[in-house]
Design a protein around this ligand. Sequence first.
Ligand code: UD1
Length: 421
Amino acid sequence: MQKLVVKGKKSLSGTVKISGSKNATLPILAASILSDKKIELSNLPIVKDVITMSELLKHIGSNIKLNLKKKKIFINNNGRKLNTVAPYSLLKTMRAGVIILGPLLSKFGKAKVSLPGGCAIGPRPVDIHLFGLKKMGATIKIKDGYILAEAKNGLVGTKITLPSISVGATENIIIAASYAKGNTHIKNCACEPEIKNLTDFLKKMGVKISWVNKREIKVVGNQKLKSVKHKIMFDRIEAGTFIIAGAVAGKKLRITDIESKILSKEMTILRKMGINLKISKNEVTVLYSKEIKPISIITEPYPGFPTDLQAQIMVLMIKAKGLSKIRENIFENRFMHVPELNRMGAKIKVKGNLSLINGPQELNGAEVMATDLRASVSLVLAGLIAKNRTSINRVYHLDRGYEFIEKKLKKCGANISRLNY
Ligand code: UD1
């Protein structure tokens, strides 16, 4: 096992280059199942979830080559018949694996995909994914922990209004619709930038896709897809994490390789908190801010404030003078980092999906542990401003989604190291 050890009270300065987006890469890799032509993906983040997804594709027989050095993936299935079974062993650590259901079903007329494993941040069902695929003609049964789906004559485009907004379900249905017969019109979609990156990829392969408005999309299926080269967009959650790191512990931290307009909600909130930001098109510099003000935020689907940055901004709220509030509207159990932050000296109360953060509080280093990816990184941020030494256990959560995190922080002056124990 590994842990990260942070010795706090060192201020950060320098430049952080943001990596490619994990949440854009995963559905794009799943969509590669649809094509028999060459696919080249660049700007890939080398993180555990991406490795797991490429192992899943390899397992089903995809001809996929990952070049870690160049951060590229090459796929060329050239008419191969893929195995349509996705086992539990590969889905238990990565819920996003269920996105291969739509493409397998659409291309091969059947799929057996393990239900994703339990998740610390809430039950995370897949009913919306299945609702959409059934509308397109699939018959679906759940048996022995597996989704058994069939569409003997292929999926057929139709009108689908999703019962609530889901990123994964929107992606699964868009990918399935890209190979289905006829037109699919999806309403009440998620519109996260990663979904736009996915639709750009599908369009380059020859699928006609148009966004009718923010939450409505039309897809015309196409079974003859073209070869494609595609660059994965930047990771907006990694970018947001480092911008918040700059706000909590920075002297002058420059975050590059981003599209700052995609982060406009986050920047607006940080500015309201008194954070001094210099924003340009592809980078942002976080300057030292003397007084941090409290704020109330609600997590929402894009373009609202992302649940994936909730734990990180909570650390900034600990430094703010006064009472801040967070209402978590996306996942029902996503305050698992609170008891750990309180053990470090924070004064945070949780009432249902609301947390009340009373600041400013001085943090003290401690031995801590997190149960999900974003909660873990919030403990790293807390370690940066705490007195003494903070040990963050279960680093494998962080490695699922942050590329070279300790390297990037070290380069900016953090005292952070990885230990085996
Ligand atoms: C994606 C992101 C994750 C982010 C989340 C919300 C990826 C790989 N992961 O996860 O980082 O935190 O969006 O922005 O992109 N739900 C149902 N039934 C379903 C599907 C979802 O009830 O069939 C519920 C979930 O339990 C949750 C809410 O809908 O409460 C939103 O989940 P969803 O948008 O689907 O999240 P993911 O796609 O799993």
